[in-house]
Write a protein that binds this ligand. Structure first.
Ligand code: PMP
Length: 408
């Protein structure tokens, strides 16, 4: 269990947190957009460029072999972190978005035809909507959307009723980036598998906050981004079951992903390289693995427990704000909190909070269909990480009170 004194020590690992903005202590509550980086992660990047930078896989020389080993060890670290069977099931991408595009393209090429259907939910991030829409356009297919109730809970009966012989894949978020809702993905996958339908889980907002075991979930594809889990930008993960990845064509062509090339015929490399065309971000992957090890050292269960306590505290404290409406209340949640206050535009609240040193996100959070569903222009969103504190929440609530008094 994490205590105040542990948090003080943890905060010292994140140099960015100890700075002042507008002459005030920075309070960073925008962790769902991206997390801050511990010093060891940034040092790992520096060390990579200063000590072993060389292009990987093709080199026979010392530095190239060092870089290759570091990159492949990073792949193993990722596999261990999400409890994948083997490192070959891990494909490095630029992030969640690229991982979903890869599957939408490649799975779409192999398995989807006119009239087929993809099922997703109303609470998806645009990254888990638009690539499927593009596939639907390309192949004359249909999107089906699982509805939610006013608390942000998926209607599972309607979901199951939607499945039929034309359903090719379910694409569902593990945790909503707006509501913080943890969806019952294990049950969703179990239902899909009863109908022989594979499931892609968008884990961008889950991996930083809850323990993820892709084997236990039995997910066919699981995707997430390094930068949301204390790693660098530009690196992410596609986990896929071998039985699917083997049968899917490459997403991009180029170096690394080939076995042989002639002008008559190209044969493709084995997994995971078939899906990693070009020079990968081998410096980033190693720093990403360092971030996962950092999280592991603190312990994802301790992190979840601490963040839950922070969120409960914030929910309680926010009750003093007049006309506040929390969007999404399912009980099962992470540390993302979205709210509206009366009819004040979220943007106005965000701007004023910023001047008081508090970073929150406002707007549609790349989930416009969800905003349409709730019939709101957007929300103010706070999202806590394990380096945030109750004192910061107190300061935030007092600042919000001030802002509301000005605007209401
Ligand atoms: N899915 C969800 C649920 C997200 O929260 C995000 C990032 N906001 C993404 C996908 C996209 O992640 P990235 O921009 O790192 O590719």
């Amino acid at each position: 269990m994490l205590h105040e004194k542990d948090i003080r020590k943890i905060r010292a690992d994140f140099p960015i947190l100890s700075q002042k903005i507008y002459d005030r202590e920075l309070i960073y509550f925008d962790n769902a957009a991206t997390t801050q980086k511990p010093e060891i992660v940034v040092k790992k990047i520096e060390n990579g460029y200063f000590r072993y930078n060389a292009n990987i896989h093709r080199g026979v020389h010392y530095l190239s072999q060092m870089a290759t080993d570091a990159h492949e060890d990073a792949r193993q670290t990722v596999a261990n972190f999400i409890k994948a069977d083997k490192k070959e099931d891990i494909i490095f991408t630029r992030g969640t978005t690229e991982a979903i595009n890869l599957v939408a393209f490649s799975f779409g090429e192999a398995f989807c035809w006119a009239g087929d259907e993809i099922v997703l939910s109303v609470m998806e991030h645009h990254s888990n909507i638009v690539p499927w829409q593009m596939l639907c356009k390309r192949k004359a297919m249909k999107l089906r959307v699982i509805p939610i109730d006013e608390n942000g809970k998926l209607y599972l009966d309607e979901y199951e009723a939607m499945l039929n012989e034309r359903t090719k894949l379910i694409a569902i978020t593990h945790v909503s980036n707006v509501l913080g809702t943890i969806n019952p993905v294990e049950q969703i996958i179990e239902i899909a598998h009863r109908h022989d339908i594979p499931v892609l889980v968008d884990g961008a907002q889950a991996v930083p906050h809850i323990a993820v075991d892709v084997k236990k979930l039995d997910a066919d594809f699981y995707v997430f981004s390094g930068h949301k889990v204390y790693g660098p930008t530009g690196v992410g993960v596609l986990y896929g079951k071998e039985k699917w990845l083997e049968r899917m064509p490459p997403y991009q062509g180029g170096g690394e992903m080939i076995a042989t090339v002639s002008f008559e015929k190209t044969t493709y490399n084995e997994l995971p390289f078939k899906f990693e065309a070009g020079t990968p971000d081998y410096i980033g992957s190693v720093a990403f693995a360092e971030a996962l090890e950092y999280v592991e050292k603190i312990g994802i269960k301790s992190i979840a427990d601490y963040e839950n306590r922070l969120t409960e505290y914030a929910l309680e404290r926010l009750k003093i704000i007049r006309n506040i409406r929390i969007i999404g209340n399912t009980g099962q949640r992470t540390s993302v909190l979205s709210f509206m206050i009366g009819d004040i535009h979220p943007y106005d609240i965000g701007i004023l909070l910023d001047k008081l040193g508090i970073a929150v996100r406002t707007g549609h959070h790349c989930a416009q269909p969800l905003m349409d569903y709730f019939n709101i222009p957007g929300t103010v969103r706070t999202s806590f990480a394990f380096y945030n504190t109750k004192e910061e929440i107190d300061t935030f609530v007092a600042a919000l009170q001030k802002v509301v008094d000005m605007l209401l």
